[in-house]
Design a protein around this ligand. Structure first.
Ligand code: SF4
Ligand code: SF4
Ligand code: SF4
Length: 223
């Protein structure tokens, strides 16, 4: 993909993110998108997180604000990141098992309440803290805590379209890895199938050699 095209796509992404934020503030229902999120993740990856979700967008903007204010930026060491990035899947598993236990004990109403009621109320209480943390660390809520992102990410592992790296052209400069808001080591990946990839295409825009492309993925190899 042409670097200029990728950069234009980044501008379009910000416009789309602002559009969705305004729509949410105006009270427009996001249900049609929510209904299509999982099937779309299976086809093209988790674009919802990179393009639609206002909370994800807000963390992107806080990160940029942090850079503008020259605040210290914390980069999680890769070895630690390998384990930390599993945390949101652990939370998702716990939420599911608690939900099932509640449903068995008190009926499905409580399950739904747990998922959409008290849990979200508590979550919204700490969201401001995550936004502040977002000035120092890339998308902290998305990377380590969001169970919604984890659920979509698991679906996206089998995606049909995704990012491919031309290893013959790659100069191993690492710009793509540094640009990734989800801390994925794109520079060492031939096909990005990582469940944390949010389809933002920031890595593609960062590559000056134009060796990252979005297209059909090969079938996952069996072991
Ligand atoms: S991971 Fe969660 S908070 Fe982040 S963009 Fe996706 S749905 Fe939104
Ligand atoms: S930015 Fe491009 S050239 Fe640099 S490591 Fe990534 S894919 Fe390779
Ligand atoms: S790998 Fe590329 S598209 Fe995926 S989250 Fe990272 S920067 Fe965005």
């Amino acid at each position: 993909m042409e670097n200029k095209t990728a950069k234009r796509i980044q501008t379009a992404r910000v416009i789309v993110q602002i559009g969705f934020l305004v729509a949410v503030i105006l009270g427009v229902s996001t249900k049609p998108f929510a209904d299509w999120m999982l099937p779309a993740a299976l086809l093209v990856g988790v674009f919802f997180c990179g393009w639609v979700c206002p909370l994800g967008a807000a963390q992107d903007w806080m990160w940029r604000l942090g850079r503008l204010l020259r605040l210290p930026q914390l980069h999680v060491p890769r070895g630690l990141q390998r384990y930390l990035q599993l945390s949101r899947y652990v939370f998702y598993f716990l939420l599911l098992t608690w939900g099932i236990a509640f449903a068995l004990l008190k009926g499905p109403y409580n399950f739904s309440k747990l998922l959409h009621g008290e849990f979200l109320t508590v979550a919204s209480g700490v969201i401001v803290l995550f936004l502040i943390a977002g000035m120092f660390i890339k998308r902290p809520f998305c990377n380590y805590f969001c169970t919604g992102g984890a659920r979509q990410g698991l679906w996206s592992v089998l995606r049909i379209f995704g990012i491919k790296r031309d290893t013959a052209k790659c100069g191993n400069c690492g710009q793509c890895t540094r640009a990734c808001p989800m801390n994925i080591d794109v520079a060492r990946t031939e096909f990005v199938r990582h469940p944390n990839c949010i389809g933002c295409l920031s890595c593609v825009a960062a590559c000056r050699r134009k060796c990252l492309n979005y297209g059909l993925m090969p079938r996952p190899k069996g072991k």
